[in-house]
Design a protein around this ligand. Structure first.
Ligand code: SF4
Ligand code: SF4
Length: 370
């Protein structure tokens, strides 16, 4: 029997209510992380008045939860005015930040917003590794100071660690560090390929063997797991992403432009976008042509339409990371057995124990045609 929240979510999905909107306020950032996927935005970012109008439209469309992210939100002059307006409009607020720019004053202002959660990236447990990732000096010390400022003000903070070769040796120290801070902590391995279509970000993606060592069973993804649900994820059903210049996308990974908030209202885009209609109708398990024949399907928990689209231009295709994660789960559970390949890896001509080179994958850059 589903609990009340699960039943509510199901109803919102059935009625296609855009209850959660993620908004990249800016692509500017004070750090320069090696795995950053943000493409420079060539059009001007939404002005404050445009942003407030978007918030009004989201409220009318039924959005309940707003996640403000970047780039780094604290580099945007509109962050506090928009976040304040969002709270006055009644949105529950999530904020994603690297925390390095927080001061006592900005921490006070952020606490006054009473966010549901502030997600902070914790990329390393040692100063040297953090600075190699962020390409800025003292980034770990600055992040830890920012985190303390939030914790002192009772702001609910969650720490997120993206694991790559560069910080893999610190995965356990990251867990200890989070524990010593008394904060919830999650580790991820999924790297978003660069939105410009270059291998800059994807080259840091961990391969299958490293994921097996990490025990891929416990790593997070936003897929729906291997339970027999109709969809591998809920993309297109109840949430979407807005870019700094007002383009609406299905989610952070699936960068198919749905419409432009400078030319259409949010409701027009959400209700009429042919891409969204297609996702709602056919992003279901029976339409996943290649996955249907996969021997590892019951070990696969993270198939991502966005990664598949970036790899092959087909959002119903498998994605290489999900295949490697499925193999890593298999290897973890059956260390005495040969790891099967998947139809996707076989097609890519990768042996089951090989690490895919993201450089060999075709990555679709963002195309702004609706
Ligand atoms: S397409 Fe990928 S990133 Fe988007 S909701 Fe689905 S699994 Fe998550
Ligand atoms: S082909 Fe890959 S993405 Fe598809 S079910 Fe198999 S492991 Fe998962």
């Amino acid at each position: 029997m589903d609990d009340h929240y699960t039943r509510l979510l199901k109803r919102l999905h059935q009625e296609y209510v855009p209850y959660h909107v993620i908004w990249e306020l800016t692509h500017h950032c004070n750090l320069d992380c090696v795995m950053c996927y943000n493409a420079p935005v060539t059009r001007p970012e939404l002005a404050l008045a445009e942003g407030c109008s978007v918030l009004d439209q989201l409220a009318v469309a039924g959005a309940l939860r707003l996640t403000l992210t970047g780039g780094e939100v604290l580099t945007s002059p509109h962050f506090f005015p928009l976040a304040t307006y969002a709270r006055q409009t009644g949105f529950a607020l999530n904020i994603k930040t690297n925390a390095t720019l927080l001061t006592p004053d900005t921490a006070d202002r952020l606490a006054a917003l009473e966010p549901l959660q502030v997600d902070v990236s914790l990329l390393a447990a040692t100063s040297g590794t953090a600075d190699r990732i962020t390409q800025r000096r003292h980034s770990l010390e600055r992040a830890l100071r920012g985190i303390s400022l939030l914790v002192e003000r009772d702001v609910p903070v969650k720490l997120n660690s993206l694991l790559m070769e560069i910080n893999l040796a610190e995965s356990e120290s990251l867990v200890s560090l989070a524990r010593s801070l008394g904060l919830p902590h999650e580790q991820f391995v999924k790297i978003s390929p660069d939105d410009q279509g270059t291998p800059k970000a994807a080259q840091h993606q961990l391969g299958r063997e490293a994921m097996t060592r990490l025990n891929a069973m416990n790593l997070s993804s936003c897929g729906q797991g291997s339970s027999p649900t109709e969809r591998t994820c809920q993309v297109g059903m109840g949430s979407c992403l807005i870019s700094p210049d007002g383009i609406v996308y299905p989610c952070i990974e699936l960068r198919i432009p749905l419409g432009d908030l400078r030319q259409q209202t949010f409701a027009e885009i959400w209700q009429n976008s042919p891409h969204l209609q297609q996702l709602r109708l056919s992003h279901t398990r029976p339409h996943l042509h290649t996955c249907a024949t996969c021997e590892l399907i019951e070990y696969c928990e993270g198939r991502c339409a966005g990664l598949a689209f970036k790899e092959s231009g087909d959002w119903l295709a498998p994605d290489t990371l999900a295949c490697h994660q499925a193999q890593a789960r298999f290897a973890h559970l059956h260390s005495d057995r040969t790891i099967p390949t998947t139809p996707h890896l076989a097609k890519l001509n990768l042996a089951s124990d090989a690490v895919a080179s993201p450089r060999s994958l075709h990555v679709h850059p963002i195309d702004l045609t609706f």
